[in-house]
Design a protein around this ligand. Structure first.
Ligand code: GDP
Ligand code: MN
Length: 388
Protein backbone atom coordinates (compact mmCIF):
# COMPACT_ATOMS: atom_id res chain seq x y z
CA UNK A 1 0.00 0.00 0.00
CA UNK A 2 1.17 3.47 -0.89
CA UNK A 3 0.42 6.71 0.95
CA UNK A 4 0.63 10.37 0.00
CA UNK A 5 3.69 12.54 0.50
CA UNK A 6 2.02 14.63 3.22
CA UNK A 7 1.12 11.46 5.16
CA UNK A 8 4.64 10.08 4.76
CA UNK A 9 6.09 13.37 6.03
CA UNK A 10 3.81 13.34 9.08
CA UNK A 11 4.93 9.81 9.88
CA UNK A 12 8.61 10.64 9.38
CA UNK A 13 8.24 13.76 11.47
CA UNK A 14 6.67 11.75 14.31
CA UNK A 15 9.87 9.65 14.28
CA UNK A 16 12.01 12.77 14.51
CA UNK A 17 12.99 13.19 10.85
CA UNK A 18 13.05 16.93 9.96
CA UNK A 19 10.53 17.95 7.28
CA UNK A 20 9.46 21.44 6.13
CA UNK A 21 6.36 22.79 7.85
CA UNK A 22 3.21 22.40 5.78
CA UNK A 23 -0.40 21.34 5.61
CA UNK A 24 -2.66 19.57 3.20
CA UNK A 25 -5.46 21.46 1.40
CA UNK A 26 -8.55 20.07 -0.33
CA UNK A 27 -9.70 23.39 -1.79
CA UNK A 28 -8.06 26.49 -3.25
CA UNK A 29 -9.39 28.56 -0.34
CA UNK A 30 -7.81 26.21 2.18
CA UNK A 31 -4.53 26.54 0.29
CA UNK A 32 -4.92 30.33 0.50
CA UNK A 33 -5.44 30.20 4.28
CA UNK A 34 -2.40 27.96 4.80
CA UNK A 35 -0.28 30.13 2.51
CA UNK A 36 -1.10 33.18 4.65
CA UNK A 37 1.00 31.58 7.38
CA UNK A 38 3.71 30.04 5.12
CA UNK A 39 5.02 32.23 2.30
CA UNK A 40 6.75 31.83 -0.05
CA UNK A 41 5.43 28.32 -0.25
CA UNK A 42 5.56 25.30 -2.51
CA UNK A 43 2.29 23.77 -3.76
CA UNK A 44 2.59 20.05 -4.43
CA UNK A 45 -0.01 17.83 -6.11
CA UNK A 46 -0.64 14.78 -3.91
CA UNK A 47 -0.68 11.69 -6.10
CA UNK A 48 0.76 8.23 -5.54
CA UNK A 49 3.54 8.79 -8.01
CA UNK A 50 6.89 10.45 -8.47
CA UNK A 51 7.94 12.62 -11.37
CA UNK A 52 5.54 15.39 -10.34
CA UNK A 53 8.17 18.11 -10.52
CA UNK A 54 8.74 17.59 -14.24
CA UNK A 55 5.01 17.23 -14.92
CA UNK A 56 3.94 20.55 -13.37
CA UNK A 57 2.85 19.08 -10.05
CA UNK A 58 5.29 21.12 -7.91
CA UNK A 59 5.09 24.93 -8.04
CA UNK A 60 6.39 27.80 -5.93
CA UNK A 61 3.99 30.59 -4.85
CA UNK A 62 5.21 33.99 -3.68
CA UNK A 63 1.88 35.22 -2.29
CA UNK A 64 -1.23 33.59 -0.79
CA UNK A 65 -3.19 34.72 -3.90
CA UNK A 66 -0.72 32.95 -6.14
CA UNK A 67 -0.97 29.84 -3.93
CA UNK A 68 -4.75 29.90 -4.36
CA UNK A 69 -4.47 30.18 -8.16
CA UNK A 70 -1.95 27.35 -8.41
CA UNK A 71 -4.02 25.14 -6.09
CA UNK A 72 -7.14 25.87 -8.14
CA UNK A 73 -5.43 24.65 -11.33
CA UNK A 74 -3.96 21.57 -9.69
CA UNK A 75 -7.02 20.40 -7.76
CA UNK A 76 -9.26 18.23 -9.88
CA UNK A 77 -6.69 17.76 -12.61
CA UNK A 78 -5.35 14.39 -13.72
CA UNK A 79 -1.61 14.51 -13.38
CA UNK A 80 0.31 12.46 -15.91
CA UNK A 81 3.94 11.83 -14.99
CA UNK A 82 6.60 9.45 -16.26
CA UNK A 83 5.55 7.02 -13.53
CA UNK A 84 1.73 7.16 -13.72
CA UNK A 85 1.19 5.73 -17.20
CA UNK A 86 -0.85 7.66 -19.79
CA UNK A 87 -4.05 7.53 -17.71
CA UNK A 88 -2.49 9.65 -14.93
CA UNK A 89 -3.70 10.05 -11.36
CA UNK A 90 -6.40 12.38 -9.99
CA UNK A 91 -5.30 15.27 -7.77
CA UNK A 92 -7.76 15.70 -4.91
CA UNK A 93 -5.46 17.46 -2.46
CA UNK A 94 -2.30 19.56 -2.47
CA UNK A 95 0.42 19.99 0.11
CA UNK A 96 1.20 23.62 0.91
CA UNK A 97 4.68 23.62 2.40
CA UNK A 98 7.45 25.96 3.36
CA UNK A 99 9.52 26.78 0.26
CA UNK A 100 12.87 25.72 1.59
CA UNK A 101 16.02 27.27 0.14
CA UNK A 102 18.02 24.37 -1.18
CA UNK A 103 21.80 24.19 -1.38
CA UNK A 104 22.16 20.59 -2.48
CA UNK A 105 19.89 17.62 -3.19
CA UNK A 106 20.65 14.03 -2.15
CA UNK A 107 18.93 10.68 -2.58
CA UNK A 108 18.18 8.39 0.35
CA UNK A 109 16.05 5.27 0.65
CA UNK A 110 15.56 2.09 2.65
CA UNK A 111 14.08 -1.02 1.15
CA UNK A 112 14.09 -4.78 1.55
CA UNK A 113 17.05 -6.79 0.32
CA UNK A 114 15.96 -10.32 -0.54
CA UNK A 115 19.52 -11.44 -1.35
CA UNK A 116 20.76 -10.72 2.18
CA UNK A 117 17.38 -11.29 3.84
CA UNK A 118 17.66 -7.86 5.39
CA UNK A 119 17.38 -4.18 4.61
CA UNK A 120 19.45 -1.98 2.40
CA UNK A 121 20.15 1.74 2.54
CA UNK A 122 20.48 3.28 -0.89
CA UNK A 123 22.28 6.62 -1.03
CA UNK A 124 23.46 8.97 -3.71
CA UNK A 125 25.14 12.39 -3.53
CA UNK A 126 23.21 13.59 -6.59
CA UNK A 127 19.54 13.36 -5.72
CA UNK A 128 16.54 15.09 -7.24
CA UNK A 129 14.50 14.61 -10.34
CA UNK A 130 17.32 13.12 -12.47
CA UNK A 131 17.90 10.04 -10.32
CA UNK A 132 16.37 7.58 -12.82
CA UNK A 133 18.67 8.84 -15.58
CA UNK A 134 21.63 8.67 -13.24
CA UNK A 135 20.80 5.04 -12.45
CA UNK A 136 21.34 4.32 -16.15
CA UNK A 137 24.29 6.56 -16.94
CA UNK A 138 26.29 6.40 -13.70
CA UNK A 139 24.98 3.48 -11.60
CA UNK A 140 28.17 3.42 -9.53
CA UNK A 141 27.12 6.77 -8.01
CA UNK A 142 24.26 5.01 -6.27
CA UNK A 143 25.63 3.14 -3.27
CA UNK A 144 23.99 0.33 -1.32
CA UNK A 145 24.69 -0.25 2.36
CA UNK A 146 23.22 -3.48 3.79
CA UNK A 147 21.55 -3.37 7.22
CA UNK A 148 20.64 -6.46 9.23
CA UNK A 149 16.93 -6.82 9.94
CA UNK A 150 17.77 -8.47 13.27
CA UNK A 151 20.49 -6.12 14.57
CA UNK A 152 18.91 -3.02 13.08
CA UNK A 153 20.78 0.12 12.15
CA UNK A 154 24.39 0.58 13.29
CA UNK A 155 26.23 3.88 13.57
CA UNK A 156 29.02 2.85 11.19
CA UNK A 157 26.46 2.33 8.43
CA UNK A 158 25.41 5.94 8.92
CA UNK A 159 29.03 7.11 8.81
CA UNK A 160 29.49 5.23 5.54
CA UNK A 161 26.34 6.89 4.14
CA UNK A 162 27.66 10.32 5.21
CA UNK A 163 30.92 9.52 3.42
CA UNK A 164 29.04 8.77 0.19
CA UNK A 165 27.06 12.00 0.53
CA UNK A 166 30.24 13.88 1.49
CA UNK A 167 28.66 15.19 4.69
CA UNK A 168 30.61 15.83 7.89
CA UNK A 169 30.38 17.54 11.28
CA UNK A 170 26.86 18.47 12.30
CA UNK A 171 25.41 17.16 8.99
CA UNK A 172 26.96 13.76 9.57
CA UNK A 173 25.29 13.59 13.00
CA UNK A 174 21.97 14.70 11.50
CA UNK A 175 22.21 12.03 8.81
CA UNK A 176 23.01 9.25 11.28
CA UNK A 177 20.07 10.12 13.53
CA UNK A 178 17.79 10.45 10.50
CA UNK A 179 18.80 7.01 9.23
CA UNK A 180 18.36 5.50 12.70
CA UNK A 181 14.82 6.93 12.87
CA UNK A 182 13.99 5.80 9.32
CA UNK A 183 15.16 2.25 10.00
CA UNK A 184 13.07 2.11 13.18
CA UNK A 185 10.04 3.37 11.27
CA UNK A 186 10.68 0.85 8.48
CA UNK A 187 10.78 -2.09 10.89
CA UNK A 188 8.04 -1.00 13.30
CA UNK A 189 5.51 -0.17 10.59
CA UNK A 190 6.34 -3.05 8.22
CA UNK A 191 7.33 -0.80 5.34
CA UNK A 192 8.58 -2.07 2.02
CA UNK A 193 10.06 1.28 0.98
CA UNK A 194 10.95 4.63 2.50
CA UNK A 195 12.36 6.95 -0.13
CA UNK A 196 13.47 10.51 0.44
CA UNK A 197 14.26 12.24 -2.81
CA UNK A 198 15.41 14.83 -2.42
CA UNK A 199 16.97 14.91 1.00
CA UNK A 200 18.39 18.43 1.04
CA UNK A 201 21.00 20.55 2.73
CA UNK A 202 19.27 23.88 3.17
CA UNK A 203 20.93 27.28 2.68
CA UNK A 204 21.25 27.52 6.48
CA UNK A 205 23.18 24.24 6.50
CA UNK A 206 20.71 21.69 7.87
CA UNK A 207 19.47 18.41 6.46
CA UNK A 208 15.78 18.13 5.68
CA UNK A 209 13.46 15.73 3.90
CA UNK A 210 11.82 17.59 0.99
CA UNK A 211 9.91 14.71 -0.60
CA UNK A 212 8.93 11.36 0.87
CA UNK A 213 7.44 8.11 -0.32
CA UNK A 214 6.48 5.27 1.98
CA UNK A 215 5.09 1.90 0.87
CA UNK A 216 3.80 -0.72 3.29
CA UNK A 217 3.76 -4.49 3.07
CA UNK A 218 0.09 -5.36 2.41
CA UNK A 219 0.48 -8.69 4.16
CA UNK A 220 1.33 -6.94 7.43
CA UNK A 221 -1.33 -4.23 7.26
CA UNK A 222 -3.61 -6.18 9.59
CA UNK A 223 -1.14 -5.28 12.35
CA UNK A 224 -1.54 -1.55 11.62
CA UNK A 225 -5.22 -0.60 11.40
CA UNK A 226 -4.27 3.08 11.80
CA UNK A 227 -2.06 2.90 8.70
CA UNK A 228 -4.63 0.89 6.72
CA UNK A 229 -6.93 3.91 7.08
CA UNK A 230 -4.51 6.05 5.08
CA UNK A 231 -5.35 4.07 1.94
CA UNK A 232 -6.59 6.27 -0.92
CA UNK A 233 -8.36 4.07 -3.45
CA UNK A 234 -8.73 6.94 -5.94
CA UNK A 235 -4.99 6.45 -6.58
CA UNK A 236 -5.24 2.74 -7.29
CA UNK A 237 -6.00 0.83 -10.46
CA UNK A 238 -9.81 0.35 -10.27
CA UNK A 239 -9.60 -3.26 -11.43
CA UNK A 240 -6.89 -4.13 -8.91
CA UNK A 241 -8.98 -2.55 -6.17
CA UNK A 242 -12.10 -4.57 -7.09
CA UNK A 243 -9.97 -7.70 -7.21
CA UNK A 244 -8.57 -7.07 -3.73
CA UNK A 245 -12.14 -6.68 -2.39
CA UNK A 246 -12.96 -10.17 -3.73
CA UNK A 247 -9.71 -11.65 -2.41
CA UNK A 248 -8.33 -12.21 -5.88
CA UNK A 249 -4.66 -11.86 -6.68
CA UNK A 250 -4.82 -9.61 -9.70
CA UNK A 251 -2.24 -7.48 -11.47
CA UNK A 252 -3.25 -5.42 -14.46
CA UNK A 253 -0.94 -5.64 -17.52
CA UNK A 254 -1.10 -4.11 -20.97
CA UNK A 255 -1.76 -7.09 -23.28
CA UNK A 256 -5.04 -8.27 -24.82
CA UNK A 257 -5.54 -11.81 -23.47
CA UNK A 258 -7.38 -11.96 -20.16
CA UNK A 259 -6.19 -14.85 -18.01
CA UNK A 260 -8.25 -16.61 -15.36
CA UNK A 261 -6.15 -19.17 -13.55
CA UNK A 262 -6.06 -20.95 -10.21
CA UNK A 263 -2.75 -20.94 -8.41
CA UNK A 264 0.04 -18.36 -8.66
CA UNK A 265 2.48 -20.80 -10.25
CA UNK A 266 0.03 -21.85 -12.93
CA UNK A 267 -0.84 -18.18 -13.51
CA UNK A 268 2.84 -17.41 -14.16
CA UNK A 269 3.20 -20.43 -16.42
CA UNK A 270 0.10 -19.31 -18.31
CA UNK A 271 1.55 -15.85 -18.91
CA UNK A 272 4.83 -17.43 -20.01
CA UNK A 273 3.20 -19.78 -22.47
CA UNK A 274 1.11 -16.97 -23.98
CA UNK A 275 4.30 -14.93 -24.47
CA UNK A 276 6.06 -18.00 -25.82
CA UNK A 277 3.53 -18.28 -28.65
CA UNK A 278 3.72 -14.56 -29.42
CA UNK A 279 0.72 -13.27 -27.44
CA UNK A 280 0.39 -10.70 -24.66
CA UNK A 281 -1.39 -11.31 -21.35
CA UNK A 282 -3.72 -8.53 -20.13
CA UNK A 283 -3.28 -9.53 -16.52
CA UNK A 284 -2.05 -11.89 -13.89
CA UNK A 285 -5.02 -13.42 -12.06
CA UNK A 286 -5.00 -16.13 -9.47
CA UNK A 287 -8.50 -16.98 -8.24
CA UNK A 288 -6.95 -19.06 -5.48
CA UNK A 289 -7.29 -22.63 -4.40
CA UNK A 290 -10.67 -22.26 -2.76
CA UNK A 291 -12.57 -20.08 -5.17
CA UNK A 292 -16.36 -20.07 -5.05
CA UNK A 293 -18.73 -19.52 -7.96
CA UNK A 294 -19.10 -15.93 -6.72
CA UNK A 295 -15.38 -15.33 -6.85
CA UNK A 296 -15.07 -16.76 -10.34
CA UNK A 297 -17.86 -14.42 -11.39
CA UNK A 298 -16.12 -11.44 -9.80
CA UNK A 299 -12.93 -12.42 -11.64
CA UNK A 300 -14.84 -12.55 -14.93
CA UNK A 301 -16.37 -9.14 -14.32
CA UNK A 302 -12.94 -7.63 -13.76
CA UNK A 303 -11.54 -9.16 -16.95
CA UNK A 304 -14.55 -8.02 -18.96
CA UNK A 305 -14.34 -4.47 -17.62
CA UNK A 306 -10.90 -4.17 -19.27
CA UNK A 307 -11.48 -2.67 -22.70
CA UNK A 308 -8.15 -4.07 -23.96
CA UNK A 309 -9.15 -7.69 -23.43
CA UNK A 310 -9.92 -9.34 -26.79
CA UNK A 311 -10.12 -12.95 -25.58
CA UNK A 312 -10.13 -14.80 -22.29
CA UNK A 313 -8.06 -17.85 -21.52
CA UNK A 314 -9.38 -19.87 -18.57
CA UNK A 315 -6.68 -22.27 -17.46
CA UNK A 316 -7.68 -24.43 -14.51
CA UNK A 317 -6.04 -27.32 -12.83
CA UNK A 318 -8.58 -28.75 -10.41
CA UNK A 319 -6.82 -29.85 -7.25
CA UNK A 320 -8.47 -28.48 -4.14
CA UNK A 321 -10.50 -26.39 -6.54
CA UNK A 322 -12.96 -28.53 -8.45
CA UNK A 323 -13.44 -28.15 -12.20
CA UNK A 324 -17.25 -28.21 -11.94
CA UNK A 325 -17.24 -25.20 -9.57
CA UNK A 326 -15.15 -23.23 -12.03
CA UNK A 327 -17.36 -24.34 -14.92
CA UNK A 328 -20.46 -23.30 -12.98
CA UNK A 329 -19.06 -19.83 -12.27
CA UNK A 330 -17.94 -19.45 -15.85
CA UNK A 331 -21.33 -20.38 -17.29
CA UNK A 332 -23.25 -18.16 -14.84
CA UNK A 333 -20.97 -15.20 -15.42
CA UNK A 334 -21.06 -15.60 -19.20
CA UNK A 335 -24.86 -15.79 -19.18
CA UNK A 336 -25.40 -12.86 -16.85
CA UNK A 337 -22.87 -10.59 -18.46
CA UNK A 338 -23.54 -11.38 -22.08
CA UNK A 339 -19.90 -11.95 -22.92
CA UNK A 340 -19.15 -11.00 -26.50
CA UNK A 341 -15.48 -11.96 -26.69
CA UNK A 342 -14.16 -15.48 -27.26
CA UNK A 343 -13.43 -17.66 -24.24
CA UNK A 344 -10.93 -20.49 -24.42
CA UNK A 345 -11.09 -23.02 -21.61
CA UNK A 346 -8.64 -25.65 -20.56
CA UNK A 347 -9.84 -27.76 -17.65
CA UNK A 348 -7.93 -30.59 -16.02
CA UNK A 349 -8.05 -32.38 -12.69
CA UNK A 350 -10.70 -33.04 -10.05
CA UNK A 351 -14.22 -33.44 -11.47
CA UNK A 352 -13.01 -32.58 -14.95
CA UNK A 353 -15.75 -34.61 -16.64
CA UNK A 354 -18.50 -32.89 -14.68
CA UNK A 355 -16.88 -29.55 -15.52
CA UNK A 356 -16.70 -30.26 -19.23
CA UNK A 357 -20.29 -31.48 -19.21
CA UNK A 358 -21.50 -28.23 -17.62
CA UNK A 359 -19.72 -26.22 -20.31
CA UNK A 360 -20.86 -28.41 -23.21
CA UNK A 361 -24.46 -28.43 -22.06
CA UNK A 362 -24.54 -24.68 -21.46
CA UNK A 363 -25.05 -23.95 -25.14
CA UNK A 364 -22.49 -21.16 -24.90
CA UNK A 365 -19.82 -20.91 -27.53
CA UNK A 366 -16.77 -21.65 -25.48
CA UNK A 367 -13.65 -22.90 -27.25
CA UNK A 368 -12.21 -25.87 -25.44
CA UNK A 369 -8.50 -26.63 -25.39
CA UNK A 370 -6.84 -29.98 -24.86
CA UNK A 371 -3.82 -28.67 -22.95
CA UNK A 372 -2.06 -25.44 -21.97
CA UNK A 373 -0.16 -24.97 -25.22
CA UNK A 374 -3.29 -25.65 -27.26
CA UNK A 375 -5.21 -23.17 -25.08
CA UNK A 376 -2.57 -20.47 -25.43
CA UNK A 377 -2.48 -20.84 -29.23
CA UNK A 378 -6.26 -20.75 -29.47
CA UNK A 379 -6.52 -17.70 -27.20
CA UNK A 380 -3.93 -15.83 -29.28
CA UNK A 381 -5.79 -16.70 -32.48
CA UNK A 382 -9.09 -15.67 -30.95
CA UNK A 383 -7.68 -12.34 -29.74
CA UNK A 384 -6.53 -11.63 -33.30
CA UNK A 385 -10.09 -12.06 -34.41
CA UNK A 386 -9.62 -15.43 -36.04
CA UNK A 387 -11.00 -18.75 -34.91
CA UNK A 388 -8.62 -21.42 -33.77
P1 GDP B 1 8.70 14.56 -7.53
O1 GDP B 1 9.12 15.20 -8.81
O2 GDP B 1 7.35 13.93 -7.62
O3 GDP B 1 9.71 13.63 -6.99
O4 GDP B 1 8.50 15.76 -6.45
P2 GDP B 1 9.54 16.46 -5.45
O5 GDP B 1 8.82 16.77 -4.21
O6 GDP B 1 10.78 15.66 -5.31
O7 GDP B 1 9.85 17.83 -6.16
C1 GDP B 1 10.61 17.89 -7.35
C2 GDP B 1 11.67 18.97 -7.23
O8 GDP B 1 11.08 20.21 -6.88
C3 GDP B 1 12.68 18.70 -6.11
O9 GDP B 1 13.74 17.89 -6.54
C4 GDP B 1 13.14 20.10 -5.78
O10 GDP B 1 14.17 20.50 -6.64
C5 GDP B 1 11.92 20.96 -6.07
N1 GDP B 1 11.25 21.27 -4.77
C6 GDP B 1 10.30 20.56 -4.15
N2 GDP B 1 9.98 21.15 -2.98
C7 GDP B 1 10.76 22.26 -2.88
C8 GDP B 1 10.94 23.29 -1.89
O11 GDP B 1 10.30 23.32 -0.84
N3 GDP B 1 11.87 24.25 -2.15
C9 GDP B 1 12.61 24.25 -3.29
N4 GDP B 1 13.48 25.22 -3.48
N5 GDP B 1 12.49 23.31 -4.22
C10 GDP B 1 11.58 22.32 -4.02
MN1 MN C 1 10.89 13.49 -5.37
Amino acid sequence: MKIHEYQAKELLSSYGVPVPSGKVAMTADEAYEIAKTICPCVIKAQVHSGGRGKAGGVKIARTPEEARDIARTMLGMTLVTKQTGPEGKPVSCVLVGDAVEVEREYYLSITGDSVNAGLVLVVCADGGTEIEDLAKTRPEAIVQIPVSAIEGFRGYQGIRAAEVLRLDGENQKQLVSMLRAMTRLYLEKDCSLIEINPLVRTKDGNLMCLDAKINFDDNALFRHPDLAQLRDISQEDAKEYRASCSDLNYVSLDGDIGCLVNGAGLAMATMDIIRNFGGNPANFLDVGGSATTERVKAAFEILLSDGNVKAIFVNIFGGIMKCDIIAEGLVQATREMGVSIPIVVRLEGTNVDAGRRIINESGLSIISASDMADGARKAIQAAKGGRA
